[in-house]
Design a protein around this ligand. Structure first.
Ligand SMILES: [Zn+2]
Length: 154
């Protein structure tokens, strides 16, 4: 690709994998901050991956397409964090879950609900917000300004 628009379709050449590409974390989070949740969908096996990867981790194909993902999903697994990293110690205990979105993509995130309120297969929705001052302080330098995602029970 020689124009300025990042490629949304693989196979990607090294020069396609720029910081504004949704196939990189900076590009993925920039798009998320602007309201688009990108995943990569494999054209060979249909596997969906969030955040997008340049190759399918289901079958290894590089024929992947960046597509907006649904925000609704279901809890696959969850746990309660009682001993939090120092920056989030005041939040503990809190709930973290692996969620499968309606597209089949799985991702991990905090659930805005008590552990006792969550269950396997519970319907959730991914919400995106700006990081709090506390989260900004805990962010690594390259993560500054990246939006935060959480799941809410539906
Ligand atoms: Zn695949």
């Amino acid at each position: 690709m020689s124009d300025d628009t990042p490629s949304l379709r693989g196979p990607l050449a090294p020069e396609d994998v720029t910081s504004d590409s949704p196939f990189t974390l900076p590009g993925f989070f920039d798009a998320l901050a602007e309201g688009t949740l990108y995943g990569a969908v494999c054209e060979d096996c249909g596997n969906a991956m969030v955040p997008p990867r340049p190759a399918c981790y289901g079958c290894g194909s590089r024929s992947v397409v960046a597509e907006e993902q649904p925000r609704e999903g279901r809890v696959v697994s969850y746990t309660e964090v009682r001993t939090a990293p120092p920056a989030f110690a005041e939040r503990a205990p809190y709930t973290v879950a692996v969620v499968e979105l309606a597209s089949g993509a799985r991702l991990t995130g905090r659930v805005d609900a008590d552990y006792e309120s969550v269950s396997i297969d519970a319907p959730v929705e991914l919400v995106v917000r700006e990081p709090s001052a506390e989260e900004q302080k805990a962010a690594l330098s390259y993560e500054e300004g990246w939006p935060v995602h959480e799941f809410e029970l539906r």
